[in-house]
Write a protein that binds this ligand. Structure first.
Ligand SMILES: Cc1cc2nc3c(=O)[nH]c(=O)nc-3n(C[C@H](O)[C@H](O)[C@H](O)COP(=O)(O)O)c2cc1C
Length: 187
C-alpha cells in the first residue's frame, strides 16, 4: 500500500540545530507509517512582495514541495518568545499569492525543543495562531520538550524511555489524524 507523505519543516537554519536532531528522532517514530519528506527553508530569500512577479527558483521549489504534501510536522526553536524569522519567512512565502496559498487544507502538528524549561511553548503558541490564519488545521495537544538533559543523541535516537514514550504518543495522535483527514496519495 502506498504510504501518505508527511513533510517535516525544521524552523532553524543552524548547522548543529538541536531541533533538527529532535526532528530526526520524531521522523523515526513515523517512518513505519509514512514517507518522510524533509522540506528545506534555509535557502529561501527574505520575503519581498516586489519579487512576486518573478519568484526566485528556491521559492518555487519550496511552494511546489509543500503544495504536494498532505501533512506537515513543524519542529521549531523559540527565538525571543516567538518563532525564528527563517520559519516565519517560509510561511509568508507559502501564503502568497492568496489564491495559491500552499498552507490551506493541510494537516499539521507542532513541537519543538530548547534548553529552557518551557521547551518552546511560547513559540509554539505563536506558530499555532499563524498556521490557523493561513488555513492549516493544527492538531490539538502540546509537546514542549526541554533539551536539558538532552532527549536525543547526535544520531537522533531517544536516550530515555519516558520522553520517547511521550513523543511517540504525540506522533501516534498525529498519525491517526493524518490517516483520517489527509487525502489519499494521488487524490
Ligand atoms: C535570537 C535568539 C533568540 C532566542 N530566544 C529564545 C527564547 O525565547 N526561548 C528559548 O527557549 N530559547 C531561545 N534561544 C535559544 C535557542 O533555544 C537555542 O539557540 C537553540 O539551540 C535554538 O534551536 P536550534 O539549535 O534548533 O536552532 C534564542 C536563541 C537565539 C539565537
Amino acid at each position: 500500500m502506498t504510504k501518505h507523505k508527511v513533510g517535516i519543516i525544521v524552523g532553524s537554519n543552524r548547522r548543529e540545530s538541536i531541533n533538527r536532531r529532535f526532528a530526526l528522532a520524531l521522523a523515526r517514530l513515523l517512518a513505519d507509517r509514512f514517507e518522510i519528506a524533509w522540506v528545506r527553508i534555509d535557502d529561501l530569500p527574505m520575503y519581498n512582495q516586489d519579487l512576486e512577479g518573478d519568484r526566485p527558483e528556491t521559492v518555487r521549489r519550496f511552494t511546489a514541495e509543500v503544495g504536494a504534501l498532505p501533512a506537515l510536522l513543524f519542529v521549531t526553536p523559540e527565538h525571543n518568545r516567538s518563532i525564528p524569522a527563517v520559519l516565519k519567512n517560509a510561511i509568508d512565502w507559502g501564503s502568497k499569492p492568496t489564491d495559491k496559498n500552499v498552507w490551506r487544507g493541510k494537516v499539521a502538528a507542532i513541537t519543538g525543543t530548547a534548553n529552557g524549561a518551557i521547551g518552546t511553548a511560547v513559540a509554539q503558541q505563536h506558530l499555532r495562531a499563524i498556521l490557523g490564519d493561513v488555513g492549516t488545521l493544527v492538531m490539538g495537544g502540546e509537546a514542549y520538550v526541554t533539551f536539558k538533559p538532552e532527549p536525543v543523541d547526535t544520531e537522533g535516537n531517544f536516550v530515555d524511555e519516558s520522553r520517547r514514550t511521550f513523543c511517540k504518543a504525540y506522533m501516534d495522535q498525529f498519525a491517526l489524524l493524518v490517516q483520517r483527514l489527509a487525502s489519499p496519495p494521488g487524490a
